[in-house]
Structures are given as structure tokens and as C-alpha cells.
Design a protein around this ligand. Structure first.
Ligand SMILES: [Zn+2]
Length: 268
């Protein structure tokens, strides 16, 4: 009984603590290794470079950051994007293909960067850790009574399960990431209307299976209205980028060639 009480206390402590920056850095490296096993990436330097360039524009505007960000393109048709610990940002090819202009793609990327900058990933990772400890407590208990099911269940923690947990955000976190995006995009040279504009696409596409990007509580329509209202309150500088002279279309065509039909060697 004593051991169980200590575990419960530890669980409560972990649940209340956000990862420190050094802790998050270490987890980021582990997470990237895991992601390399779990996902199929587009490694074409032109496609990855295009996404990274937009990400670096956002980061320059955001100011000094404690993490070195890395941007990845995941070969997945589903519209989605997500962030890992310590500044790893993953964008599905489906998102790039559905973006109507570069400001929409910049909106998605800025939103994901916002989850890292606002420490939402660190907070969620702490919760996930707490859940793992909870599982261990369960396994200890199961061991005592000789049950094996709980131990098997505990093995499911990690991998894609971890990814889903650390990317499940509440209303407040989604609003903060949207606010971050809307604030940073004009400083990065992009029209912030790209974010609400992409919400329109999501609403048009949104079937029964909503992507992580919009899976949590605030309805997309609410986020669209909130971001439009936030933008209307700002005085935007002139000449913000909506399009990028056909570059996005070239990247989209390249993705179609790389990921459709016969697979060239640089896609795995
Ligand atoms: Zn989000």
C-alpha cells in the first residue's frame, strides 16, 4: 500500500509540472527517432526546403527560441500537421496539396510552431508521462494479483499513441496557437488571412474523420470567426504575401510526381 501511495503522489507531481527546456530537448531527439520509424517521409530537398523556408520565416519573426526547429514532410494524403517536442514540425503532403496559396500553408505551419512556443507540447508530454506512470502503477497492481492484461495494455503507450496525446489540445491551447499564428504571420511577411482561409478548406473537406489540426473542442467555424476578428483588429502592413509567384504550385506538382505511381528513390 505504501508503494501505491508514493506512486499516486508522483503521478500528481508529474501532472502539475511542465517539462524544462533541457528535458524537452532530450525528448525531442528520442521522439524524432520514433517518428522516423513510424512515418514515411518525403525526403526530396526541394519539397522539404520549401516547407522549412516558410518555417524559418515564421521563426525569424517569432524572435529567439530555445529550440532548433526541424520541419518534415510526411507522405500522407490526409490533411494534417502536428508538432513534436523541442520544435519538430510535421506537415502532411495532403496539407500542402490542399493549400490554395502559400499564406494558407504558412498559417498551418505558424499554428504548429505556436504549440511549441507556447509550451503546449511540453505540458501535454508531462500529462502523457503521468499517464505512463499511471499504467506502471496499474501493472504493479496487476502483478500483485497475477493479471497480465494490464501489463500488455501498458506496452501500447509510446509511438503513435504518444503522438496523439501530446497533440491533443484543449480550446485554450488551440486559441493560443491561432493567436500566435495571426500575430506572427504579418511580421514574417505572410497574409494572416491564410489561416482562416485554410479553415474554410478544412470545413469544406471535413468528413467524419477530422484531422488532429482541428480535432479538439473549438469548432472550425468558431476558430475561423475568432481569427478573422483578431486580424480585423490589427493594422496590417502592405504587400503581405498571399501567393508566391507559382512556387507552391510547382512544389505541389513535384509532390504528386514523387508520391504517385512509381516511387522515385528519394521517397521512402
Ligand atoms: Zn493545434
Amino acid at each position: 500500500m505504501r508503494r501505491r501511495c508514493c506512486s499516486a503522489l508522483l503521478l500528481a507531481l508529474v501532472a502539475c509540472t511542465t517539462l524544462s527546456v533541457p528535458e524537452e530537448r532530450k525528448l525531442g531527439a528520442d521522439f524524432e527517432r520514433e517518428a522516423r520509424r513510424e512515418f514515411r517521409f518525403v525526403n526530396d530537398p526541394i519539397v522539404v526546403g520549401y516547407v522549412s523556408h516558410i518555417g524559418q520565416d515564421v521563426l525569424r519573426a517569432a524572435g529567439p527560441q530555445p529550440f532548433e526547429y526541424r520541419f518534415y514532410v510526411v507522405d500522407q494524403a490526409e490533411i494534417n500537421a502536428f508538432a513534436g517536442p523541442a520544435g519538430t514540425v510535421y506537415v502532411h503532403t495532403g496539407t500542402i496539396l490542399k493549400a490554395r496559396n502559400v499564406s494558407e500553408l504558412a498559417g498551418v505551419i505558424a499554428h504548429e510552431v505556436g504549440h511549441v512556443v507556447r509550451r503546449h507540447i511540453a505540458q501535454n508530454y508531462s500529462k502523457q508521462e503521468a499517464a505512463s506512470i499511471g499504467q506502471e502503477v496499474l501493472v504493479l497492481g496487476a502483478g500483485m494479483v497475477g493479471g497480465g492484461a494490464a501489463a500488455a495494455g501498458a506496452n501500447l503507450v509510446g509511438g503513435l499513441g504518444t503522438m496523439a496525446v501530446i497533440n491533443s489540445f484543449g480550446r485554450q491551447a488551440e486559441r493560443e496557437a491561432d493567436d500566435f499564428a495571426v500575430g506572427v504571420l504579418p511580421q514574417a511577411g505572410y497574409d494572416p488571412n491564410g489561416l482562416p482561409s485554410f479553415f474554410e478548406t478544412l470545413m469544406a473537406e471535413g468528413g467524419s474523420q477530422m484531422p488532429v489540426f482541428l480535432s479538439s473542442h473549438p469548432a472550425t467555424a468558431d476558430r475561423l470567426a475568432a481569427t478573422r476578428a483578431a486580424i480585423a483588429r490589427e493594422t496590417l502592413p502592405p504587400d503581405l504575401r498571399v501567393d508566391d509567384g507559382g512556387r507552391l504550385e510547382i512544389i505541389q506538382q513535384r509532390i504528386r510526381l514523387l508520391t504517385g505511381g512509381a516511387r522515385p528513390a528519394d521517397v521512402r
